[in-house]
Write a protein that binds this ligand. Structure first.
Ligand SMILES: [Zn+2]
Length: 603
């Protein structure tokens, strides 16, 4: 399949292409000294217990003592986890990371009393404190995000009991993980070169993109045969997990699991309903795209296993990392000179670990905390996909940068609901830039298809998942047993509705629910879809040339968790409780689908 390349060992990588962690800790000695200091502070935290209700001033002092311990602990965490990921096989790094994990677990349990104690303060007392004690004012929103859930918190004894049952309640999800990641064995199949390979989840992801129909068909059939064989077990683990969500929602006096999950980020359920309604209204666009795929691939029948093979040839677009940095700066220039100066800072100060080496963690991410730079892990390849990854992760890092430089510590992070919007906005800006930059038809087609596939996989597919997830939670709550037959029947119907007539919903796809880890995440996936659509509106505002709109976007990056996510997005220019931003995203999808159709006809 791919050329076997010799990866360098960590010490063979040019240090200019590695991240510089010395601003966090000069060396391991400095780390160890900080570790000992923080460990002692963590041991002292239980002494604060039982004191915060004494007075407003005491509450401030308890909050500040806790935060003074957490802040340096976060630095230890970032240092240890980045070192771990740069070479996961390095046993010293493993030990460093393991030690830090245990320290964080202890930290958490040593402050577990904080929320119940805070909630035990009478609301009227707390209101009065906030009004009269100026030093408490900066913590108002922070305190509100905790006390907002007051009516859903049980007595300390009941909460303790539930916490003790936590492992048992999570057992179904764990069992799925162990079965899916470790125990399930797949048969051998043939790859593009006719070589026999052991099918795994990773190999499947490659083979399903094969340009040879037989290869992807066999991978599909063989993979699903295994899931079908275990469908009753997998229905039981999924059902157990749904029951846990429904149980926890019900004992905490929520109307249902969805309300419970969404209220943790203060997102109104209308955001979810608007998404599902709007996506359903626009399914004909997905049907059109799928039909186009069938025409371009010149297939008599389009099957579910034909949805991931590329329909445009690889363009001759290649970027070294140096070239990619220049392209990223040009694509993001619409965000203004201040933004660009910090991107440049990320390049110059070595916040990025660029190339692959033996033992390095795969994939890409942005990671940092309040007192560290927002580092980026990449596994660079000289292609367009890596350029997209670079601007995506840079979007997260700039969001972190602006937040930590504009907010006090208590508001120095942000929720997952708004996180993917900053990264996806950058990808959208890169798409716009590339489409303007290249007139070559093949390159245009490739970029348009990259966008259309991204839209399909994020907006349509994740909403399909969200709809399924909500349905099974409601069914369970209504007393319907979630058997494999029941799940598969609904899933197949849903799949037919989403993909339409142009594609054959092969019987195997009915079992797709059995292999999706995200169904264990508890109303998580809808955020991928809402984030992608919101990014579309934001990118349009940024490129409109109206600097006030661009500044509103930068204000969102600076907001951190100082306000509820839905309010932050509203101020940035997207009302996510309405369907307008979704309509705009579909209009963009349709426009680019038109362009792609026209191009495809002339190629
Ligand atoms: Zn991301």
């Amino acid at each position: 399949m791919s050329d076997i390349k010799q990866l360098p060992t960590r010490d063979q990588v040019d240090s200019k292409l590695t991240w510089d962690l010395t601003p966090i800790f000069k060396d391991d000695e400095a780390f160890n000294a900080a570790f000992d200091r923080v460990s002692k502070e963590i041991d002292a935290l239980p002494k604060l217990e039982g004191k915060l209700a004494e007075s407003a001033k005491k509450l401030v002092s308890v909050i500040e003592s806790i935060m003074t311990t957490i802040r340096p602990a976060e630095k230890l965490y970032v240092f240890a986890s980045l070192k771990h990921d740069q070479d996961t096989a390095n046993s010293e790094n493993q030990a460093l990371s393991g030690r830090t994990q245990s320290m964080l677990t202890k930290l958490e349990s040593n402050i577990a009393w904080f929320e119940p104690e805070l909630l035990a303060v009478k609301p009227s007392t707390l209101d009065q404190w906030i009004e009269t004690e100026p030093s408490l004012k900066p913590y108002e929103h922070y305190l509100r995000t905790i006390t907002d859930g007051r009516e859903h918190v049980l007595t300390p004894a009941a909460e303790k009991l539930l916490a003790q049952a936590g492992d048992a309640l999570g057992a179904s999800s764990n069992t799925f993980g162990v079965l899916n990641d470790a125990d399930l064995e797949f048969p051998v199949v043939e790859d593009d070169d006719g070589v026999t390979v052991q099918l795994t989840q990773g190999v499947y992801d490659q083979l399903i993109q094969s340009t040879q129909p037989e290869v992807r068909k066999m991978a599909f059939k063989q993979l699903y045969a295994v899931y079908h064989q275990f469908r009753h077990t997998l229905a039981a683990t999924l059902s157990g997990n749904v029951k846990t969500h429904n149980f926890e929602a019900s004992v905490h006096h929520y109307q249902n699991a969805r309300q419970a999950a969404m209220s943790s980020n203060h997102i109104p359920v209308s955001v979810f309903d608007s998404l599902v309604t709007s996506v359903n209204d626009h399914l004909p666009l997905l049907h059109r795209y799928v039909a186009l795929r069938k025409r371009i691939l010149k297939l008599k029948e389009l099957h579910m296993y034909d949805l991931y093979t590329p329909i445009t040839g690889e363009p001759k677009l290649s970027y070294t990392f140096e070239e990619a940095k220049a392209e990223a700066l040009k694509a993001l220039a619409v965000l203004g000179s201040d933004y660009l100066s910090h991107v440049q800072e990320a390049f110059d100060s070595r916040w990025i670990d660029v190339v692959e080496n033996k033992g390095k963690r795969s994939g890409a991410y942005s990671s940092g905390m309040y007192d560290t730079a927002p580092y980026i892990l990449l596994n660079w390849q000289d292609n367009l996909e890596s350029l997209f990854t670079l601007v995506h992760e840079m979007g997260h890092s700039m969001h972190s940068y602006y937040t930590t430089h504009n907010q006090p510590y208590q508001y120095g992070d942000y929720s997952i609901f708004v996180a993917e919007i900053a990264s996806t906005t950058n990808e959208t800006l890169l798409t716009d830039y590339l489409l303007n930059q290249y007139s070559d038809k093949q390159i245009q087609a490739f970029i348009l298809n990259h966008y259309l596939d991204g839209f399909k996989g994020t907006v349509f597919r994740q909403t399909q998942f969200a709809e399924f997830e909500h349905f099974i939670h409601e069914q369970d709550a209504a007393g319907q047993p979630l058997t494999a037959e029941f799940l598969s029947k609904f899933y197949l119907d849903l799949n037919k509705k989403y993909y339409g007539e142009a594609v054959i919903s092969d019987p195997e796809i009915a079992d797709e629910w059995a292999r999706i880890p995200h169904f264990y995440y508890n109303y998580y996936v809808y955020q991928y879809a809402t984030g992608f659509a919101a990014a579309n509106t934001l990118a349009q505002r940024i490129t409109s040339g109206d600097t006030a709109k661009r500044d509103a976007y930068l204000d969102y990056l600076k907001s951190g968790s100082s306000d509820y996510p839905i309010n932050v997005m509203q101020k940035a220019g997207v009302d996510m409780t309405q369907t307008t931003y979704l309509d705009q995203a579909f209009a963009e999808f349709e426009k680019r689908l038109d362009q792609f159709e026209t191009l495809a006809e002339t190629m």
